[in-house]
Write a protein that binds this ligand. Structure first.
Ligand code: GTP
Ligand code: MG
Length: 326
């Protein structure tokens, strides 16, 4: 990937700095590059990103279509910098939000040095997996495709091998690896195996930078994650969260005010719950996660508002960060 690519979301100064640093003699065996994590919804892409980094930057859930934006996870090792790109699950979109999500995933392909196709090996390939394989055959070009067989904790050896044959029948990978992102099994091995597939290059990002998004974005995501965990089926899909205020109040207190947007009055009533009890529980869960991230106490204020059909409304998609010009 070139350093001018728009998917390298480092501030211009950082790009200029790394461009100005030619690979020195000590860099001759340093690898750096971008690994796009692609897959259908719910296979464990975001869980893997967090496991690789040893910290939570991406929200996860047992329900599909959790991730909505591309998100970088920067893993700096002694001899490599692997920039992982978490992407929304590839699915058949039903509205503009879904189209944006799938676009985010597809757009990560040309910018990647390596494509990590993550599959859920506890299930046979879905129709979506077949579509992804065709997409990769079209778009991967010379990039190595690595198949990551996730959730090996859920299958026996014989099933694992049978399923691996089913996936490799769809596309011939450069490498196939087994892992369980949720337990950490095989995660270090995955990073070590990807390293030599990346180009020789100096690092793209400072060694202490872990992601390209701000704490404010992750805070909004943690509220959305709490909504997904507490509410069933359709409601989470209709939710967007905007952090309105994010203020440091003293050395050990952050004040955050956020709005939870839904599409219908009936959904607002569900998010609020009897006497506001559901919103309180959502707020409590989100607050704990945000406090862990910020390492301060957090005062979190949540509001709920209705915007009919926002998932089909470009102006609101833009406002919520779900438009191409994010
Ligand atoms: N048993 C098991 N569950 C896992 C593993 N990895 C992830 N999961 C679970 O799978 C579910 C989906 O995980 P996510 O990381 O949100 O999946 P995703 O691919 O990012 O999903 P989308 O963002 O919707 O595309 C969660 O309930 C995870 O805990 C694993 O190795 N083993
Ligand atoms: Mg995800």
């Amino acid at each position: 990937m070139t350093q001018e690519s728009p998917a390298v979301e480092a501030p211009a100064a950082e790009i200029a700095q790394s461009a100005a640093q030619p690979a020195s003699l000590t860099d001759h065996d340093h690898h750096a590059g971008f690994v796009a994590i692609i897959g259908r919804p719910n296979v464990g892409k975001s869980t893997l990103l967090n496991a690789l980094l040893g910290q939570k930057i991406a929200i996860t859930a047992s329900k599909p279509q959790t991730t909505r934006n591309r998100l970088l996870g920067i893993l700096t090792l002694p001899q490599a910098q692997i920039v992982f790109v978490d992407t929304p699950g590839i699915h058949r979109p039903r509205h503009k939000l879904g189209e944006y999500m799938v676009d985010q995933a597809v757009m990560a392909l040309p910018d990647a040095d390596v494509i990590l196709w993550l599959v859920d090996i506890s299930e046979p390939p879905f129709a979506e997996d077949e579509q992804i394989a065709s997409l990769l055959i079209q778009k991967a070009e010379a990039r190595p495709v690595v198949i990551g067989c996730n959730k090996i904790d859920l299958v026996d050896k014989a099933t694992l091998q049978k399923r691996q044959a089913m996936f490799t029948a769809l596309i011939k990978p450069a490498l196939m690896l087994e892992l369980a992102a949720a337990t950490g099994q095989g995660v270090d091995n995955l990073a070590a195996s990807l390293q030599p597939l990346l180009p020789l290059s100096p690092a793209y990002y400072p060694a202490d930078q872990v992601t390209d998004v701000q704490e404010r974005f992750i805070a909004a995501e943690l509220v959305r994650e709490a909504v997904i965990h507490h509410l069933r089926e359709e409601v989470p899909h209709a939710v967007a969260v905007v952090v309105e205020e994010f203020k440091t109040r003293g050395p050990d207190m952050t004040y955050i005010s956020a709005t939870v947007y839904v599409e219908r009055e009936s959904q607002k009533a569900i998010v609020l719950g009897q006497g506001g009890r559901m919103l309180k529980q959502i707020g409590q869960q989100a607050r704990v996660g945000i406090e862990e991230m910020l390492e301060t106490k957090v005062y979190l204020e949540l509001w709920v508002k209705v915007v009919p059909h926002w998932r089909r409304d470009l102006a609101y998609l833009r406002r919520f960060g779900y438009a191409a010009d994010r």
